[in-house]
Design a protein around this ligand. Structure first.
Ligand SMILES: *Cc1c(COP(=O)(O)O)cnc(C)c1O
Length: 476
């Protein structure tokens, strides 16, 4: 009986909708999301609160002591939490403290300033996306990148599609539909979930002919498998794993020779579109697009947002006659890329005209090139800022870590890195990691040996005040 009275009292103390809408903090929310959505959300919050009162006696008892203003405050907080929860699923900026440079789940390559500017310029107004400024006639969206790619790689021609998966798909569909594609067993790559080379070959309408074994494939294996029905010898760069030990792969040049003799095309799926010789920055050499073209491949396909450091895009480069055919495939419309990616790729490729500029201005390359000494300076700066802001409750320390290229690139390369390790009194590492994920600008980090680590390679110093502020929010 008494419990029912408490419940009744709490139910009666709910302020009417208008009063909640007029609350100063709520009025400010209306600016952002509009009155209608706000009203609906408040109705939901009040409904949920009523249900909770009716279903949970001890909750009702605890609320029955509160004044109308206090209950309104409680409801306003619930409202803000609900709106935050809805907002947290939307796409937004975050800070990558994992040390994984091309983190596929975190959007792969960050773009250089010049790319962001060009994206903005072509989006805030109109552009010559498909307009030929010389003739005044209709143009093609491929023309913007074609001269850049051909100059940078030596290819005769080039086109762009939505991503590299689409590039492989449309190339095979155009050149080898209902015919055979020969590939080494050792190169049947899977790249995260739904991209598996055998599936892509099948869905592009081709028959896959496997040759060799997992560890060894020889020129003769290809030669023996070629028939009248063979259209393409496909080489796939095993970008995200390494086969080591007793192994043998057929070099591109040998495939090209064989292709010439037998009159079949040779195509390489390079994965990462590396245009910069990584050995110049102390990393293992990765085959570049230039090398594949110089090696005589008829076609090469690669991603824009892996080691190239650009937007999500797929580039197909190679013989003009083949590219012209692919452009006419009806699928070209289905896999075409939008003006923002073309703008970003254009700006990134322009930087590659001067390799030093590319290294300095393309964030992915720049992060990969960072040396331990640079990283130590960065880590010391972050440590200093965190220490100054957080004081006693937080222990900050610089530790050695291994960073990674990520994005299925350089699979066996561990980059020597530095991280700031954090311990906060009264907070477990798991809880801290979770709280950092829930902040308005989340910080994504790893836990090693029960400590939260902030790897500095993938963060810029511009982000440090934000990181410090976020930590203050959590600790405060
Ligand atoms: C990453 C990768 C792909 C897929 O490229 P997306 O641009 O992510 O579609 C295809 N092939 C290889 C060898 C790759 O490494």
């Amino acid at each position: 009986m008494e419990k029912d009275l408490e419940r009744l009292k709490a139910l009666r103390t709910i302020a009417p909708m208008n009063e909640i809408l007029d609350h100063a903090e709520v009025a400010a929310l209306a600016e952002g999301i509009g009155k209608a959505v706000l009203g609906e959300t408040i109705t939901q919050v009040i409904d949920d609160y009523r249900k909770q009162l009716l279903g949970d006696k001890s909750f009702a008892a605890s609320m029955s002591h509160l004044s109308r203003q206090e209950i309104t405050l409680h409801l306003v907080q619930e409202l803000k939490d609900k709106l935050d929860a809805q907002d947290s699923t939307c796409l937004k900026k975050l800070i990558n403290a994992t040390g994984i440079v091309l983190h596929t789940n975190l959007g792969r390559a960050p773009l250089p300033d010049s790319a962001i500017r060009l994206i903005q310029e072509v989006n805030e107004g109109y552009s010559n996306l498909e307009f030929d400024l010389e003739t005044g006639n209709r143009g093609s969206r491929h023309t913007h990148i074609e001269p850049l790619i051909t100059r940078l790689t030596g290819a005769e021609s080039a086109m762009v599609v939505n991503n590299n998966a689409a590039a492989v798909f449309i190339s095979l569909n155009t050149l080898a539909k209902q015919r055979d594609v020969i590939i080494s067993r050792g190169q049947q790559v899977e790249i995260g979930g739904s991209f598996r080379i055998p599936d892509i070959i099948a869905s592009s309408g081709c028959t896959m002919i496997e040759v060799g074994t997992t560890n060894k494939t020889k020129p003769d294996d290809y030669a023996k498998a070629i028939t009248e029905n063979t259209a393409v010898l496909l080489k796939v760069h095993t970008s995200n794993y390494k086969i080591s030990g007793f192994t043998e792969e057929v070099p591109l040049q040998d495939l090209v020779e064989l292709g010439k003799i037998k009159n079949v095309l040779v195509m390489e799926d390079l994965g990462s579109g590396c245009l910069y010789d990584l050995s110049k920055i102390g990393l293992p050499h990765e085959p570049t697009v230039q090398e594949v073209i110089a090696g005589g491949a008829d076609l090469v396909t690669f991603s824009g947002d892996k080691l190239l450091g650009g937007p999500q895009i797929g580039v197909i480069a190679g013989k003009k006659a083949l590219i012209d055919k692919i452009k006419k495939n009806p699928f070209a419309r289905i896999v075409r890329c939008d003006k923002s990616s073309i703008a970003a790729l254009t700006a990134v490729l322009k930087l590659y005209m001067n390799p030093e500029k590319a290294l300095a201005q393309i964030p992915a390359l720049n992060m990969l090139a960072l040396k331990e000494a640079d990283l130590l300076l960065r880590a010391e700066e972050l440590e200093r800022q965190l220490q100054a802001a957080l004081g006693e409750r937080c222990q900050v320390e610089i530790v050695d870590v291994h960073d990674e290229a990520g994005g299925g690139s350089l699979p066996d390369v561990l980059l020597k890195g530095k991280a700031v390790s954090l311990t906060i009194d009264g907070l477990s590492a798991n809880r801290l990691q979770e709280l950092l994920r829930q902040e308005p600008i989340p910080i994504i980090c790893r836990i090693v040996k029960d400590k939260v680590l902030l790897n500095v390679r993938t963060m810029s110093e511009k982000e440090f005040p934000l990181i410090t502020q976020t930590m203050q929010n959590i600790v405060g």
